[in-house]
Structures are given as C-alpha cells and as structure tokens.
Design a protein around this ligand. Structure first.
Ligand code: 8X3
Length: 247
C-alpha cells in the first residue's frame, strides 16, 4: 500500500517557498508549509491541502516542533528560508545584517536539516538547498550575502559526502535574478523604489514558479539520480554583474 509522501518547505510564506509548496502539492506530496508568518502559511496550507507550521528557523524550540509536526518520515525537505539583508560595500557594512544572514541561511538551514535528518533517512528522501548565484562569485556589495550563501553551499557539499552510500539525495539549486515580491524589498529594508530598480528594464526575469518547477523536477527524478547543483538564471543575466536591461 502506498503512503502519503511528505515534503517540508521552509520560507513558505511567499516567493520561491510558496511556489515550491504548490508545485510539490501538485506532484502529490502532503506539504508542511513553514515560515515565521503563521497566517500566510495557514492560508497556503489551506489552499493546497497541506499542513501549516509557524517556525522561526533560528529557534531550537521552533525547529524541534517543526520536526515533531512533520512526523517520522519526510520524503523531501526544501531548505528555502533565508535571504539577503543589505547591499553595502564591506567598508560600510552593517555587521548585524551579516549576523542575520549567517543565522538564517547557514545556521538556520543547518538546524532544520539536522532536526529532520532522521525522518529524511527513514523515508530515503531528498534534501534541496536553495542557495544563490551569490555563492558562485563575489559581487560588489555582496560580501555578507556571498559569504552566507557560500557557507550554505558547504552544508550541502559536506552532507552529500557524509551520506554517500545511504539512499538519501542532497541537491542544491542556485538561482540568479528571480523577481519576487519580497527578496529585494527585504534586502533594502522595505525601500520599494530600490527594490523595483533591481528588476527595472529586465523584460523576463525568472519568477518563483520557474524555481519551483526546477525543484519539483529535481526531486522527482528516479531515486538514483542526484542533481548536485543546478545554477539557474534568466536568459538576460549572463553573470550577476552582467544583466541585460532595456533602455
Ligand atoms: C539572489 C541572487 O544576484 O541577488 O540570491 O545575489 S543575487
């Protein structure tokens, strides 16, 4: 008899996380939608027949309850929660922003992965780390975020080595420019004009659904196929600093 397959998606309150939760629900998973904002994940879980769990991935207690809610078997974990704060050059960097980025992208992702690993192992599951092209190469103003995403990438790499020989897949997707409502807004402390300027003139940036589609593809390959890392950008972006904009 087949059993319900469970997927856990962090940062599911919007953007890539919410789109991924929808895509995995469409693939037949029962999706545990988790983020700090309880109302948003509740609405999403309602929409897709999933389970909502309010969770701050920087909290040991919250992550322990997330693991309890997810249950003893988790087929897919998508580590999507994280993000960027600030775009100042290192000379003017706010180190509190760096602490926040490390606490979420690296420590939070590590905390969730550690807590859910027994359930992933039990289900012979798949872990997807949503990093960034910020882990591919440094860019001006990126130091704190480059470092955090490069750090998160190393979690995926180390874990894949540690689990080699076990029936668990460890995958990474590194998105470039994705136009979501909140990524740049958060990065610029709520400054909508600055956020809009990131995407201005880019006819076709990636959207959250493009990343969700790729994650659904990665997780639904045959079990022996491990997509180590998928770097995904819009056609208009050849590198983080090389973005075609219409004038
Ligand atoms: C998003 C890509 O260019 O802002 O993680 O670093 S970028």
């Amino acid at each position: 008899m087949s059993h319900a397959r469970t997927a856990v998606v962090t940062g599911a309150s919007g953007g890539i996380g919410a789109a991924t939760a929808r895509a995995l629900a469409a693939e037949g998973f029962t999706v545990v939608c988790t983020a700090r904002r309880a109302e948003r994940v509740a609405a999403l879980a309602d929409e897709i027949g999933g389970i909502a769990v309010a969770c701050d991935i920087t909290s040991d207690a919250d992550v322990a309850s997330l693991a309890a809610s997810a249950g003893p078997r988790v087929e897919v974990l998508v580590n999507n929660a994280g993000g960027a704060v600030g775009l100042e050059p290192l000379a003017e960097a706010d180190l509190d922003d760096w602490t926040t980025m490390y606490a979420t992208n690296v420590l939070g992702t590590g905390r969730v992965t550690k807590a859910l690993l027994p359930a992933i192992r039990a289900a012979e599951g798949t872990i997807v780390f949503v990093t960034s092209t910020a882990a591919e190469a440094a860019y001006e103003g990126g130091a704190g975020y480059n470092a955090a995403k490069a750090g998160e990438r190393m979690l995926a790499g180390a874990l894949r080595l540690e689990l080699c020989g076990e029936p668990v897949r460890v995958c990474e997707i590194a998105p470039g420019l994705v136009h979501t409502a909140e990524f740049s807004l958060v990065r610029f402390g709520g400054d909508q004009a600055k956020a809009d300027a990131v995407y201005a003139g880019v006819a076709e940036p990636l959207v959250a659904g493009d990343i969700a589609d790729a994650i659904a593809w990665m997780t639904t390959r045959p079990a022996h196929v491990n997509i180590d890392r998928l770097v995904i950008r819009p056609r208009a972006q050849a590198a983080n600093h090389k973005l075609h904009k219409a004038r």
